[in-house]
Write a protein that binds this ligand. Structure first.
Ligand SMILES: [Zn+2]
Length: 558
């Protein structure tokens, strides 16, 4: 009788506090990877039996070893491009803004349009930012800056003039160039149609196409231009690997992004698995979904995939563009304007569902969330109930009755732990006053949804918030109520980790392949600098990825 020789491991991680997220074996010391897949999980001795002369050994030195993080909602291409923008997070007051803008401008004397990002809605305190503030800082060069949520930009006069929007422009509902009493634009531009003409001048239209129109670049970039775009993608993938991310669920997209990533893959540099959706906009007609079906068919691999349709139902609270059931607390005659009518949304959702595709809809207000759930319910009625795993992105506000519908309809709630005001980088105001005391109990209802039994995935929405999943876990665990009588929405370490691992895998229909450290699963894991279970949550952000491994290959090493 002959014994099949056991193949040696390509890579072994030893001496770890392994949190497998596999309920049949929650903890271990070591993990072995063969041919990109996990071959063994267990104690050091058992796993080291697979060690051969060429096996790479990684000593975790008692640090946690967890499944590679799955980022369930982010924007790879534009986020990567924005790493080069003026970073305004944490900048407060006109003097500090002036200092930051002037230094950035001085270092880029030939740049046609200067772009800042991460400017809080309250960067000038209670005073609303206008073009006049920005003119006082930089009168003769075009400058624009984005709010962290990217739903509002502020432009100076020069930028408004160059983009020919100083006198306003006709826009579709939900978009607004805020006009002043003098009949000229004030500088505040709400939503894509309002700020795209200005952003276009920055020459980064291509990186935002997947978000702004879902369309393809025309002409198709070749040569240096295309190589530059691939370099942006690589920079974004590196940024993800550095933060322990091994899978990305991108929330904007087109063929161009998939093609660039395939080229990066052919060059051997695709170091994260990426899912790119088709973006359906309200100016399209349902036949545009043919493209979504082709994307799904053509890209269906372990490394690059599609199969998802992203939509926006509303905007954001801070610019009153989120859709509410009852009026805004600080604008009693206004509930927001949806980007689709409820009937239109039902029709489109039914058509997407009929094609067997998954749907993810940006929905912030409780009115939007209700309409989106209604759409999913309508689709299931017409097409029959199936394992559709449609998603609602953000769910910043909802109601008690709709919480239960997430469970009943099998809809995934995609939550961003860094987003609740006061949780990480976003200030309490103006958001909490806009929501109003009455709605606070169902604002950002992470724990309520988890305890109700809904599937909840976690993400950053980078570049809206910092990408770091560990900071996200910390924000989710340390979430504080805005008032004593509000329900506690904080989660446990295990729930936080699940939101960035197993739940993310479920959202991709890949819970049989990723999100856990289990034999046969992808060799996607992260070795952390400390034992996260023994770390005080207050300093969890100090725990850093030391080694990120994706498909058995080291994608980041500190
Ligand atoms: Zn997003």
């Amino acid at each position: 009788m002959s014994v099949q020789p056991v193949r040696n491991a390509d890579l072994i991680v030893i001496n770890g506090r392994v949190l497998t997220m596999d309920s049949t074996r929650p903890t271990a010391e070591a993990v072995a990877v063969v041919d990109g897949l996990i071959a063994a999980v267990g104690d050091n001795a058992t796993v080291e039996a697979l060690r051969g002369p060429d096996t790479k050994i990684i000593d975790a030195r008692g640090g946690s070893v967890v499944p590679g993080f799955i980022e369930a909602h982010m924007h790879l291409f534009s986020g990567a491009a924005e790493l080069a923008h003026l970073q305004l997070a944490g900048v407060s007051g006109l003097d500090a803004l002036r200092e930051a803008v002037l230094a950035y401008a001085a270092a880029r004397p030939n740049q046609r349009m200067l772009v800042g990002q991460g400017a809080d809605y309250t960067i000038l305190g209670s005073e609303r930012v206008t073009r006049h503030h920005l003119d006082a800082i930089l009168p003769d060069r075009a400058f624009i800056m984005a709010a962290p949520d990217h739903h509002t930009y502020w432009a100076n006069t020069k930028a408004l003039e160059m983009a020919d929007v100083l006198h306003g422009r006709e826009l579709t509902p939900g978009n607004e160039i805020v006009m002043g009493d003098d009949g000229l634009a004030e500088g505040e531009l709400r939503e894509n149609e309002a700020f795209n003409p200005v952003l276009k001048l920055a020459g980064e239209e291509r990186v935002r196409l997947g978000l702004s129109t879902g369309g393809e670049p025309d002409p198709v970039p070749e040569g240096d231009e295309r190589a530059g775009d691939r370099a942006i993608m690589r920079r974004g993938l590196d940024w993800c690997a550095r933060h322990g991310i091994t899978s990305i669920q991108n929330m904007d997209g087109n063929f161009y992004q998939l093609e660039l990533l395939s080229e990066v893959q052919a060059e051997g540099d695709l170091i994260c698995r990426v899912q790119i959706p088709f973006h359906y906009k309200n100016f399209m007609t349902p036949d545009a979904l043919d493209k979504a079906s082709v994307m799904a068919e053509r890209y269906d691999g372990d490394w690059l995939s599609s199969g998802l349709v992203k939509m926006f139902y509303d905007g954001v609270l801070d610019s009153w563009t989120a859709v509410m059931i009852e009026p805004y607390a600080d604008r009693p005659d206004w509930v927001g304007e949806p980007l689709f009518s409820p009937e239109e949304f039902k029709r489109i959702a039914t058509e997407i569902d009929r094609r067997g595709l998954q749907i993810a809809v940006h929905s912030i207000g409780d009115g939007a969330t209700r309409a989106v759930l209604d759409g999913y319910e309508a689709a299931a009625k017409v097409n029959g109930k199936r394992d559709s795993r449609h998603r609602v992105e953000h769910v910043e506000l909802t109601t008690a009755s709709d919480i239960q519908r997430f469970v009943d309809l099998g809809v995934i709630a995609s939550m961003q732990p860094p987003h609740p005001p006061g949780a990480m980088s976003f200030p309490l105001e103006p958001t909490v006053s806009r929501i109003g005391r009455q709605r606070w109990p169902y604002a950002y209802p992470t724990r309520t949804l988890i305890e109700a039994g809904a599937h909840v995935v976690f993400a950053s929405d980078w570049p809206v918030a910092p990408i770091d999943p560990i900071e996200g876990m910390q924000a989710a665990m340390l979430r504080k109520p805005w008032a004593e009588d509000m329900p506690d929405q904080s989660v446990s370490l295990h729930q936080a980790l699940a939101g960035y691992t197993v739940e993310g895998a479920y959202a991709e229909f890949k819970e049989d392949r990723k999100g856990q450290l289990k034999p046969g699963y992808f060799g996607d894991l992260v070795v952390l600098s400390a034992d996260i279970e023994a770390t005080d949550p207050a300093v969890l952000h100090q725990v850093r990825p030391v080694t990120t491994i994706c498909g058995g290959r080291v994608s980041y090493q500190a």
